[in-house]
Design a protein. Structure first.
Length: 366
């Protein structure tokens, strides 16, 4: 590796569940290096810093002032993301922002403005876009092999205990988590839905908190989304489905269908012609094992965070390449704003009991 290609030095900001994962991912990559960690809770910062032999800080400003740090990974409560990303970009640091981009579209638009003027790059974590199963389905959609997309179902039926919500003062709060089961847990599957189906235009939704105490957010929500293309989708997201089953995405079109369940391609059929098929379709049509023969059969996506796949590392690879080549990463602030806008529109529809138009990326600053 030449000097110009020496590993980029990152600080992990927020040493909780996902911050520890970022520290491991950065350390495991040849093109990145962990240089520091930050957490206002001294024991959290000290423990992670000691594990990797790096410096611990308690204030983001201290790492932003260091010239030998190239980027930061924001793994803090969701409501802090945009504000911290603005500070980092203004200090000339590249930024990896954990999902969601933020909890507020105004803050997201402000960040987009700063990012557009910055020489530093930013990406928002949406690691499941990098799953092999997602790549197969995305390629089939892009090449038209599924035909005209007609409908989709995104369902995340997980369980989070009361102790999960009690484990951090920010969890399950409107101000810092932005919402509940949708914006925190189901966001990955909703992001894939939007990435595959295109521009959403209107949503109608219901939400409720049915299995947890003390939350001012939903633990269960259902929505229907109408897309610009005419396609229709159902969203179902919950952390009240004991013991927790799977995150599932079904995409259906006139020439094929695909089902991803817990990051694995469980059904795939593409390139058929619905017009020529028997009246009721059918037959032994599953090509999943042919198009993706070696699939990870590891733990389910809703399991312990320690069971996270290597998809974060794949997203770092994409981001580091984008920085080095001066290109856009796959998940831009505009892309993440689109997903945030859909989730906030679902909340708005559920709160007001009316269909809600989804603002276009242009009007949200994305
Ligand atoms: N991509 C994924 O699969 C995934 C998984 C889990 C969490 N997340 C996201 O990561 C973020 C953090 O979630 P978590 O589960 O790790 O939460 P957590 O509560 O376990 O950790 C958050 C940490 O941030 C620290 N913190 C708070 N304010 C800070 C500040 N101003 N500067 C630095 N550190 C600060 C807290 O002390 C805590 O240690 C959330 O936005 C969440 O949605 C993403």
């Amino acid at each position: 590796m030449s000097e110009a290609e020496s590993p980029l030095r990152f600080a992990v900001v927020g040493c909780g569940v996902i911050g520890r994962h970022h520290a491991a991912v950065i350390t495991g990559r040849p093109d990145a290096e962990l240089a520091a960690v930050v957490d206002p809770v001294p024991s959290a910062a000290d423990e992670l810093a000691a594990q990797y032999g790096v410096t611990a800080y308690n204030d983001l400003g201290d790492v932003l002032a260091r010239d030998d740090i190239d980027g930061v990974a924001l793994c803090t409560p969701s409501g802090d993301h945009a504000e911290q990303a603005v500070l980092a970009l203004r200090a000339g640091k590249h930024v990896v922002i954990e999902k969601p981009l933020d909890v507020d579209l105004v803050a997201a638009a402000r960040l987009a403005e700063v990012a557009n003027r910055s020489t530093a790059s930013a990406t928002v974590i949406s690691q499941h876009r990098f799953d092999p199963a997602t790549e197969v389905v995305r390629a089939a959609v892009e090449s038209g092999k599924l035909g005209r997309l007609t409908s989709a179902v995104a369902s995340v039926a997980w369980w989070r205990s009361q102790s999960y919500y009690d484990s951090g003062a920010w969890r399950g709060t409107k101000a810092h988590d932005g919402g509940g089961a949708l914006i925190n847990q189901s966001i990955h599957t909703i992001d894939l839905l939007i990435w595959l189906l295109g521009d959403p235009v209107e949503v109608t939704a219901y939400s409720a908190c049915l299995a947890h105490d003390g939350l001012d957010v939903e633990d269960t929500a259902v929505a229907v989304i109408r897309f610009d293309s005419g396609a229709l989708a159902v969203v179902h997201g919950t952390t009240a489905a004991y013991p927790g089953t799977s995150a599932r995405l079904q995409v259906h079109g006139t020439h094929g269908s695909a089902i991803i369940d817990d990051d694995r391609l469980v059904y795939f059929h593409a390139g058929g012609s619905g017009a020529e098929a028997p009246a009721y379709g059918g037959g032994d049509t599953n090509q999943a094992a042919l198009v993706l023969p070696a699939q990870d059969t590891g733990p389910s996506a809703g399991a312990e965070p320690s069971a996270l796949s290597n998809a974060h590392s794949l997203q770092y690879a994409d981001f580091l390449t984008a920085i080095r080549t001066g290109t856009e990463p796959l998940v831009t602030i505009a892309e993440a704003t689109k997903t945030l806008a859909v989730i906030l529109a679902i909340y708005d529809s559920a709160a007001r009991h009316v269909p809600v138009p989804i603002p276009s990326a242009a009007s949200t600053g994305g």
